[in-house]
Ligand binder design. Sequence first.
Ligand code: MG
Length: 388
Amino acid sequence: MKITDIKVTTVSANFEWVLVKVLTDQDELTGIGEAFTGPGVKELILAESEHGLGKDRGIWSLRHLLIGEDPTNVERLARKVYTALSGIIGTAGSIVQVISGVETALWDIAGKALDAPIYKLLGGKYRDKIRIYADCHAGESEDPESWARRAKEVKEKGFTAMKFDVDKPSHRAVGYNRCLTNPEIKTMAGQVEAVRQAIGDDIDLAVDCHWKYNTNDAIRLANALEPYNLLWLEDPVPPENVDAMKKVTASTNTPICTGENLYTKHGFRRLIETQAVDIISPDVSKVGGLSESKKIADMADLYYMAVAPHNIASPIGTVAACHVCASIPNFLALEYHAIDIPWWGKLIKQEQSLISEGYIEVPEKPGIGIELDEEEVAKHLKQGERLF
Ligand code: MG
């Protein structure tokens, strides 16, 4: 079996969902994946560009690197692209996002070719259904009552865990100094308190800061939120400074989580080795794909850290992540960021709702185990896009 082409289609929703299709020389056998969105992602797959001098002059193109290859050599092909293109594009960012989308599609092909769901190729499953947490964003206003209302709505949908963004409205920290005032911490704690009262103690609650604050103010915030028994406080400080993150983690009983902005095993190595957080949140569609995510989870498991993957994807990226979540021991919860997109689940051919009572059942069909409804996808394309 050989790869014959790679195609891309972008869906426009609350985020752009970059869907990657890998075609093979076996008529019916194609693979689907999703790459985390961003400038240059689609271009990296499709573009061709000359570089080098004299007889070493060559064309770099992800398609050229993969066409003619056996798609079931998933890990080698991901490394081939990373090795060939990192000199021009770097070792993080769009190149790794592209690899993530293509790697997922290769797993889909490998699973279909071997008549096995992807999770079996990753070593089998620890669980039959994947716990999903709903990203709720924030209340309609600063008023804690509006946060409580939002929390109750989400709880009624059956979710057992949810997350709110306390750094919203985003005017906070626009002074660029990363400082939090006492009134701001009080407002945030009031909102979290209102949510906790609305959902009760049995529903898990996480809180996101989007790397806005300095170390000391992040510690003050984490301590102020301790009474509400958070599942985690996410990105209280920027993730680049592992020492600062470790200091926050060591200074509070609130569990600390980071990872959505990190790429590959290398991006996680020091964070994990120094036990700078309690929970890591790699994004499977961004960090390098399914294999890379599983390896990162294994590294974290050495230090008894849990994994709660970040996810803003369509059903394709979400279910791909479910195969990883099924195959690792230290899974905690997987993000769902499309609670306000009513057609999210319609992008796949499936009668029953993909998420039921806050869980996704791990698919048993070969490959990724879900099929794109291309007629529905065509209704939501980004302006100027064509379907594959
Ligand atoms: Mg986040």
